[in-house]
Design a protein around this ligand. Structure first.
Ligand SMILES: O=C(O)CC[C@@H](O)C(=O)O
Ligand SMILES: [Zn+2]
Length: 518
């Protein structure tokens, strides 16, 4: 697996399926301590402006009521155990929750929420807790309702491709089940080893193959959810067509747990591709990345299943901080172009044609390689999937996830690099180029309020001025909610607030998230 000119590799192209376990987020090492030296600071210390809502205090009688619903073993009160539910994956947010409930059924979720609504107790739904915007952890003392025990696969229909599962099923496990029927889950992301399908839906997670398989808004046929009053919303249809008025399930998808707790979902799974190939290219300008993408769309057409870019700073982070090796020499940019198809010969011809045109076009790719086996395939993907983990090793991370017109994507990175010159360890840009989705990250050894002031709101203003989105796929959670109007019209935000009031009259469901505090 040597660094080589892609042209010289053309005769050796092999077709390999991506191993389901590649890049499991759950297994990734996290820095042993946070930037503050141990536990992350309380979120309320970082956001002192947010005041606790007028919710009741938890009493012994409440705890007894919950024990009667889920059983004593599934009511977690021990402070050490509760702590892990209070801290987000990035270790940037730490809430003050005192209680975690682990229901097994929709009926139990409903009974819990009904009680909380009656008593005005705030709750936060939590799946795999892999979110990146502080949406799945308490801020004050919200009760955590974990979906982890609701993890049954209910059905898979190999004819229609519809899979029905409970919310707590881990994405990677569902994908394995789908594989056994010749199907695949329509989404894949670095966190697949621990994220849960309910959380994926609640955040409308995008991931690595959205450009091919579309968003969960399209592939989710139905869902069931417990609304903030405890009412069960049964929209669990498995029909592909159902034009009977407003599509209420879409309100829950991407609601980040503010409108209810998703308990079951019906997902349309595409056929698992028979041939998957991965090309890894080195390029020396962002214009070359764009030109390569144009060529990929033209020559690979419908079999193009991922088009990711990595800049040199991001590559340096995975090499230096994680010790991963890159098979290509130093380049300003790297691209992963993956194809997924059903006909090996056809797909090989297409990939050959693509690489030939890339290599022959002046100023396009200058170097490249193609995965020859499952190990190489996993390794190349890990260079991309493990960037998020590698950046944490620097110390503190300032994380941005924006959508922009393609031509503006790297201008933002360059602009911020100049603005922060000398104040950060690195400014790293990478992401889902095919989706116009940039992951822009800055790191410092420790949290630095002056650096944050230079970044925010400037970066959001820059995105707004180009009609981009301040959250492409991670959601708003706690960290981005005050910038919602940068990407949504004022009236749209008012409609959102009305919907929230309608479904959650007491505001108990994941308060302080998504909608700005006003
Ligand atoms: O590091 C990030 O911000 C991105 C995380 C995830 O969305 C990814 O695409 O790897
Ligand atoms: Zn992403």
């Amino acid at each position: 697996f040597q660094a080589s000119r892609a042209a010289s590799l053309l005769p050796q192209l092999l077709l390999r399926r991506r191993p389901a376990s590649a890049g499991a987020f759950a297994l990734l090492a996290r820095p042993a301590s946070s930037a503050s030296g141990g536990l992350p600071p309380l979120t309320t210390e970082i956001h002192p402006g947010i005041k606790r809502g007028a919710f009741s205090q938890l009493t012994d009688a409440d705890v007894s009521a919950f024990e009667a619903i889920v059983g004593g073993d599934h009511v977690i009160k021990d402070a050490d155990e509760v702590l892990s539910y209070n801290i987000d994956w990035l270790r940037i947010c730490r809430g003050q929750g005192q209680l975690v409930l682990r229901p097994k059924t929709t009926e139990e979720v409903s009974a819990i929420v009904r009680h909380c609504n009656k008593r005005r107790l705030a709750v936060v739904p939590q799946g795999g807790n892999t979110g990146l915007v502080g949406g799945s952890v308490p801020l004050f003392d919200e009760i955590v309702i974990s979906t982890s025990r609701m993890n049954s696969l209910l059905s898979i229909d190999p004819v229609s491709g519809v899979l029905v599962a409970e919310a707590g099923c881990v994405l990677e496990q569902l994908d394995r089940e789908a594989a056994s029927q010749g199907l695949m889950m329509p989404l894949d992301l670095g966190a697949k080893g621990s994220c849960q399908i309910g959380g994926n839906l609640a955040t409308n997670a995008g991931g690595l193959r959205l450009l091919r398989y579309g968003s969960l808004r399209g592939t989710t046929l139905g869902l069931e959810a417990v609304l903030p009053t405890g009412q069960v919303l049964d929209c669990l249809t498995t029909l592909r067509k159902d034009n009977t008025g407003y599509d209420i399930k879409q309100l829950l998808i991407g609601s980040e747990g503010t409108l209810g707790i998703i308990t079951k979902a019906a997902i349309l799974c595409p056929a698992r591709p028979k041939s998957v190939q991965l090309a890894f290219l080195g390029l020396d300008s962002f214009q070359a990345v764009l030109d390569t993408y144009r060529l990929a769309r033209r020559s690979l057409g419908e079999i193009l299943s991922a088009f990711e870019f990595i800049d040199s700073e991001s590559m340096r982070a995975v090499k230096k901080n994680l010790g991963l090796s890159c098979p290509l020499g130093e380049h300003s940019f790297y691209v992963l172009a993956e194809t997924s198809g059903s006909n090996e010969t056809h797909d090989r011809e297409k990939l050959d044609g693509f690489i030939e045109s890339v290599m022959s076009m002046d100023g396009c790719a200058t170097d490249g390689t193609v995965a020859q086996d499952a190990g190489q395939f996993a390794h190349l993907w890990s260079l991309r999937e493990r960037i998020v983990e590698s950046l944490l090793v620097d110390g503190y991370e300032y994380k941005y996830d924006v959508s922009l017109p393609l031509a503006d994507i790297y201008r933002l990175v360059e602009h911020m690099r100049t603005r922060l010159d000398g104040r950060v360890i690195r400014t790293a840009g990478y992401g889902h180029l095919g989706d116009g989705n940039l992951h822009l990250n800055f790191t410092t050894p420790k949290f630095d309020a002056k650096v944050l002031e230079l970044i925010e709101p400037h970066v959001f203003d820059w995105v707004r001025d180009r009609r981009g989105s301040v959250s492409a796929e991670h959601g708003l959670g706690l960290k981005k909610s005050q910038y919602i109007r940068h990407s949504k019209a004022d009236f749209a935000v008012r409609v959102m607030a009305e919907v929230k009031r309608l479904l959650d009259p007491n505001g108990i469901m994941n308060p302080y998230k998504v909608l700005p505090d006003e």
